[in-house]
Design a protein around this ligand. Structure first.
Ligand code: DX5
Ligand code: ZN
Length: 225
């Protein structure tokens, strides 16, 4: 059975206490650390760059999944890999050559993934399914944490999952935006297996309980047992 993985998005953490926040997530059973990189151009918000990733890398032994919401990822992927990224996600809507960027990420020994914003259809990722280890379906417009889950993205998740299965590929589907107790089962039932969660996890009273509940709800709803 596919493992249901929880990826806290540090966009919602207290950056002043980042070491503690990362340690807490690891102790609480998180599987992956999701790092949102925004350039103020591809999305209307600015977060952090490779030097910050390098500094915080030492506070966690979990894989670092870097979500690049930037216009020209090809110019920066090497910096993020050198800073300790284990996987890098680029947006199909960016300006870089997608094939070249994915090849560069993989050449440097990192996992590569593609992401689609809400208005981009499922079919847009089909050409890349054999070149990535993960597809990220945004369930909010990228740019900010704390937005509401877009349930109308579920047919897109389902379509991508069906295509992955039809071709017998081993590609994970990640969902990002508004994931919490009320939404995770919906996403899992349509075929998502990696769940990014910012606000719901960083604001939870008991993080370990929240992660445990998330995993149980996802496993229960996932189509393949
Ligand atoms: C949005 C980011 C998300 C965001 C998720 O552009 O990609 O990772 O932090 O936060 P929540 O779970 O609060 O919607
Ligand atoms: Zn993200």
């Amino acid at each position: 059975m596919k493992k249901m993985q929880i990826a806290p998005s540090i966009l919602s953490c207290d950056y002043g206490k980042i070491a503690e926040e990362l340690e807490k997530m690891e102790k609480s059973g998180a599987d992956i650390i999701h790092v949102d990189v925004m350039d103020g151009h591809f999305v209307p918000n600015i977060t952090l760059g490779a030097p910050v990733v390098k500094c915080i890398r030492k506070y966690s032994s979990l894989p670092f999944d870097v979500h690049l919401m930037i216009t020209d990822p090809i110019d920066y992927v090497e910096d993020f890999i050198n800073a300790g990224a284990d996987s890098i996600t680029i947006h199909l809507e960016c300006d870089s050559d997608i094939e070249k960027t994915l090849s560069l990420i993989k050449e440097k020994g990192c996992k590569a993934a593609v992401s689609v914003k809400p208005k981009t259809p499922a079919e847009a990722v089909f050409d890349y399914l054999d070149k990535v280890s993960m597809v990220l379906v945004m369930t909010v417009e990228p740019g900010f944490g704390g937005q509401s889950f877009m349930e109308d993205m579920m047919p897109k998740v389902k379509k991508i999952k069906e295509e992955i299965d039809r071709r017998g590929l081993d590609v994970s589907i990640q969902v990002d935006g508004g994931i919490g107790e009320k939404t995770i089962a919906k996403a899992a039932s349509n075929g998502a297996d990696i769940f990014v969660s910012g606000n719901a996890l960083f604001k939870a009273e008991n993080t370990a309980e929240a992660i445990k509940t998330f995993k149980a709800l996802a496993a229960e709803a996932y189509p393949e047992k």
